[in-house]
Design a protein around this ligand. Sequence first.
Ligand code: DON
Length: 307
Amino acid sequence: MSHIDIEAAVNVGYQAAKATSGGQNANYIPFLASVPSDLLGVAVVTTSGEVFKVGDADYQFAIESISKVFTLALVMEAIGPVAVREKIGADPTGLPFNSVIALELHNGKPLSPLVNAGAIATASLVPGNDADAIWAAIKDAQSRFAGRTIALSPDVNSSEQATNFHNRAIAWLLYSAGACYSDPMQAVDVYTRQCSTLVSTIDLAMMGATLASGGVNPVTGTRVIKAANVAPILAEMMMEGLYTASGDWAYTVGLPGKSGVGGGILAVVPGKLAIAAFSPPLDPVGNSVRGQVAVAKVAEQLGLNLF
Ligand code: DON
């Protein structure tokens, strides 16, 4: 894969996404409804730290569910993959990302750290004495993956903290089943903050490239997580990263991915690179309509399907 190939693929992905319409901004979080719908960014970062970008790739948006990957990485480091699988799980739920039914069907076990229930359980496992210490560790993990200081958006956070009743209910259900490992309202508070940081498409691609390069940020050279912890994280992304569309994504694109209701989407190609895109309108599952097209097209152009 030459420079020119990647640059051309990023442009083809951008154009394909630009020619795609449909979807709606997330409207259950007031801040997200207000982001301009026509923004579109695409970026690739390679494991040697080269950055390719087109469109609104510098625009900063709410990371939302993509944060679940990086808090999972922190907990993977703290308790190891065996305990993560035992306490949270590694299977798709087959149900929407905020499903309560999925919990009820499995004795309160969330199955995946990449749905809300599992992500709240994951947040409850981050070591720290209080919410601020835990939050500092999560923010630091996001920053080390991105290679720059990632910050909370007070606007996104207050918009989410004022409307996260469903997630609070999920946390109490987890707690009653013995699957929340801290005070449940503290876990939701921290989880909500982790969703409320601002990243650009380039940041997302850099965060993904850190996974692609075995846990080392390709630009700063900092080891962020152990190489041995990367594979289980990518496995979780393959199983549930795009919610109920994860199977279709594996079938058609063949890469571990993760989306967020802010319109961001990320795919990781181990040993090579990461592809990210941003476009706010979502399909009914909660994945960016244009973002999926852009990432899929870049992957197709470069022949990156792992299977
Ligand atoms: O928990 C929530 O509802 C949001 N803060 C994040 C959810 C999310 O991004 C799910 N996405 N597709």
